[in-house]
Design a protein around this ligand. Structure first.
Ligand code: CAA
Length: 256
């Protein structure tokens, strides 16, 4: 049997490639377990500073696996707490970049949105087509898409099930940047290497602080950010980063 994901470490970056080409990388329970376990395994590794999740040129992922779910009853879904395993991604502290080529539909779009940044290939297609299957998004799409693009665009996407292309995704802040499809993964790996080259403490603090903006009120979020900023002044990397600036040299971060 082939592996449902491929995991490769390049310098300080771990790349996870979804690998179910015959099913356009549909996300079944095995993929969920494999992705979450790989992220957890490397998250605390001081030699890993960034993750990249990608798929193929045809599909990042065409959704949750419809064939795995189609005969389930509501009781089955409730008992299994279907999709709850994906919540493990929200506890990963190392940044996760999504490199999206091709289809990112349903759970595929939702997986991309669980990542910290979405970079799109110029032929990417995003959508939440669950309405066409008689359901709604179930991996957080109604919440994360609405926070990303606002109520009206999210309603348009979720109630019509239409796809949006990469240009529209960038325009409405779903994709941070768009690259040529053929060079997307290399471009994102380079961004990941850049992020992984900074001090891991400050990178994790930056991720945590931005996420606070989405989850709490402004006053509480600003205070959280400031306290976290203060705490970094006990790290080697803060002393090194600021000294290197003053001494006009490159910083040597240690993640301490
Ligand atoms: N689940 C299971 N299998 C899937 C799949 C999915 N989400 N998407 C594609 N596949 C399978 C197809 O059944 C097909 O398998 P067979 O060769 O065995 O028939 C294979 O992948 C190739 O797919 P197509 O032949 O359909 O490829 P295409 O190029 O003609 O169409 C597509 C591509 C438009 C993406 C089409 O595959 C499609 O519409 N897929 C389903 C998209 C979808 O509805 N996603 C939402 C799923 S529900 C969900 O995600 C819930 C949630 O919120 C988490």
């Amino acid at each position: 049997m082939t592996d449902v994901i491929l995991v490769e470490q390049v310098e300080r970056v771990v790349k996870i490639t979804l690998n179910r080409p015959d099913a356009l990388n549909a996300l079944n329970l095995e993929v969920m377990e494999a992705v979450a376990s790989a992220l957890e395994q490397y998250d605390r590794d001081p030699n890993v500073g960034c993750f990249v999740i990608t798929g193929s040129e045809k599909a990042f992922a065409a959704g949750a696996d419809i064939k795995e779910m189609q005969d389930k009853t509501a009781t089955d879904m409730l008992n299994a707490d279907w999709f709850a395993g994906w919540d493990r991604l929200s506890r990963i502290r190392t940044p996760i970049l999504a490199a999206v080529n091709g289809y990112a539909l349903g759970g595929g779009c939702e997986l991309a949105m669980m990542c910290d940044v979405i970079y799109a290939g110029d032929r990417a297609k995003f959508g939440q087509p669950e309405i066409k299957l008689g359901v709604i998004p179930g991996m957080g799409g109604s919440q994360r898409l609405t926070k990303a693009v606002g109520k009206y665009k999210a309603m348009d996407m979720i109630l019509t099930g239409r796809m949006m292309d990469a240009t529209e995704a960038e325009r409405c802040n779903l994709a941070a940047r768009v690259f040529d499809a053929a060079s997307l993964v290399d471009e994102v790996m380079n961004i990941a290497k850049e992020i992984a080259g900074f001090g891991k403490l400050s990178v994790m603090a930056g991720k945590e602080a931005v996420n606070r903006a989405l989850e709490g009120g402004l006053t509480e979020g600003v205070l959280f950010e400031r306290r976290s900023f203060h705490g970094l002044f006990s790290s080697h990397d803060q002393k090194e980063g600021m000294s290197a600036f003053s001494e006009k040299r490159d910083a040597k971060f240690k993640g301490e």
